[in-house]
Write a protein that binds this ligand. Structure first.
Ligand code: NA7
Length: 536
């Protein structure tokens, strides 16, 4: 079927943790691979999100690659939740260690990708930093574009008229920003706002926080890692990693029991208290019925609200900070001194839940006819999650159908790995895979290894074209929606469902059946000769 030898065997879009590992795996097989990356270095999310206080909120001994025993033994994480700088350094170390640099072209944005049926090739168009365009062809096009990479710039009227400096947490300048003595407004109280607000409050003359929805924030309890605990984890890495893969989120958080309602209030609160004291995300695994029983969920919600009331001095402010939605409806946040920050004299919480921001004026932020005058505007407004980065590229498949047209009513993809009508294109942690509901790096590894196995199978069987079948895709999308709708999360407004982006169709983006079930399904599909894909 192949009429022309492609320039590359595979093009990988993005040099974050997914793109780097994909490059490593394919190159190991002797494939000619080119990676295109908009940034100037590797790391993806951990390259762009340089806002003050940015750090991972998954324990980093486990938020790291496991494909190389040498790598996981030699790298030393300094803290329980390393900062963005440490994660970016780790990404660069991986690129050094596996000599990935020569195959990555930086400051190059992929603007379009078109499938050519005649030659069974993708033609990928790129733009460099000066706007110069070029195109290259490849047999496979692998999207390692990230789930949280397409920045959400809200369309506030007057935003471009603002006279001061404007920053977005997900697109922070490399040189940093100094807020000393400045009046700062931050819009958004998701994970990025939660992490940056306490740090900015320490610098700013005054910080106004504009909150549309209060979130649940669990203390991180970040600290340096002790040599003993590092040694113990490293000595037991294979077993610990294997155990984590058996858990819903790939994190191995201990579950205290099947139901929060099956134990006494005293026992329940003891369990919540222990996890609050230990810090981090493990509280979300306390009881297995948080996503199925509103009453069970309410026990955790009320526990956190109680903590907020204890920490925050002003009862009116505490009430505004107390979330109204279900626990874990939106992504649980992990912070350091988040609620304590609202006790500072230089921090003001502005509730915009009922009265949205009217406009940005040259002087500041206007709400209910009052202008909050500031020197700096920080947008902590998140991402067009999961599908945004893919839809921002002009992707056209069989019969010139575009991905944007195909996904007009929401993404349709088979296992979040392949898309019918878009042969030889793979998406790493695409829509309909567990992705953002799990520890991302193990999920990335599982996808990269599956794609590599699939490409091996194609090569070994003399195949050059693979496409997800429409029926298999439709059945998987239906399953993703059915499982997603079972969870209480489905009743909330969140980026998991696209509801943070005006006009984005409301559909279930990640698969909520859990990592083990999903990984088994992928293995099963492969074992059955890539069931649901047509191979030619
Ligand atoms: P998130 O979690 O999407 O948070 C964005 C925040 O910005 C959230 O509080 C939003 O309120 C708020 N927002 C967004 N648009 C507006 C407008 N137009 N007006 C007022 N407020 C707005 O993004 P993050 O970057 O914090 O975190 C993303 C993920 O990174 C996180 O979940 C972790 O997985 C790591 P809303 O809740 O929509 O009412």
């Amino acid at each position: 079927m192949l009429k022309q030898k492609p320039v590359y065997d595979a093009i990988v879009v993005g040099a974050g943790f997914a793109g780097m590992y994909m490059l490593y795996r394919l190159r190991e097989r002797g494939m000619r691979v080119r990676v295109f990356e908009t940034g100037t270095s590797v790391g993806g999310t951990w390259y762009w999100n340089r806002y003050p206080g940015a750090r991972v909120d998954t324990e980093t001994m486990f938020y790291s690659y496991q494909f190389s025993e040498e790598l996981q033994q030699e790298w030393n994480w300094p803290e329980r939740y390393p900062a963005q700088l440490d994660l970016a350094a780790y990404a660069r170390h991986v690129a050094d260690r596996f000599e990935l640099w020569p195959d990555i072209q930086f400051e190059t944005r992929v603007s379009a990708a078109a499938w050519g049926e005649d030659q069974c090739l993708w033609t990928v168009q790129t733009e460099d930093g000066d706007g110069a365009q070029s195109s290259v062809a490849a047999r496979y096009c692998i999207m390692a574009t990230g789930c949280l990479s397409a920045v959400n710039y809200p369309k506030f009227e007057g935003l471009s008229d603002f006279a001061g400096e404007t920053f977005h947490t997900a697109h922070w300048p490399e040189a940093g920003a100094d807020f000393t003595g400045k009046r700062v407004a931050v819009i958004g109280t998701g994970s990025s706002g939660v992490q940056s607000i306490p740090v900015m409050a320490e610098q700013a003359a005054h910080l106004h926080v504009f909150q549309r929805t209060a979130n649940y924030v669990i203390p991180a309890r970040n600290r340096p890692l002790e040599p003993d605990e590092v040694a113990e984890i490293k000595a037991n890495y294979p077993a610990l990693r294997a155990q984590a893969k058996k858990s819903f989120s790939g994190n191995d958080f201990p579950v205290a029991g099947p139901s929060a309602l099956a134990v006494s209030e005293e026992e329940r609160n003891r369990e919540y208290e222990a996890r609050w004291t230990a810090g981090g995300l493990s509280i979300m695994a306390t009881y297995a019925d948080f996503q199925t029983s509103e009453a069970a969920n309410e026990t955790a919600s009320e526990f956190v609200r109680g903590k907020i009331r204890q920490i925050v001095d002003d009862p009116a402010v505490a009430e505004l900070l107390a979330p109204k939605q279900l626990f874990m409806c939106k992504r649980l946040c992990v912070g350091t001194d988040y609620y304590e920050t609202y006790n500072r004299d230089n921090v003001t919480l502005v509730d915009i839940s009922e009265t949205p921001i009217e406009r940005i004026t040259p002087e500041g932020v206007s709400v209910e006819g009052r202008v909050y005058e500031v020197d700096v505007l920080v947008l902590a407004t998140g991402f067009d999650a999961v599908t945004g980065a893919l839809k921002r590229i002009d992707i056209s498949g069989v019969d010139d159908i575009t991905l944007r047209e195909k996904w007009e009513d929401g993404p349709k993809a088979y296992l979040g790995l392949g898309i019918s009508g878009f042969p030889n294109m793979f998406t790493i942690t695409g829509p309909g895979s567990p992705s953002v509901l799990t520890n991302m790096i193990p999920s990335i590894e599982q996808h990269v290894e599956w794609i590599t196995g699939c490409i091996d199978h194609m090569r070994d069987n003399g195949k050059t074209r693979i496409e997800a079948e429409r029926e298999a895709e439709a059945a998987w999308v239906q399953h993703v929606n059915e499982v997603g709708d079972l969870s209480l999360r489905a009743n909330c407004q969140s980026w998991y469902f696209g509801s943070n982006i005006p006009g984005k169709p409301r559909v279930v983006l990640p698969y909520s059946g859990g990592f083990p079930v999903y990984a088994r399904k992928c293995e099963d599909v492969a074992a059955k000769g890539y069931e649901g894909f047509s191979l030619n």
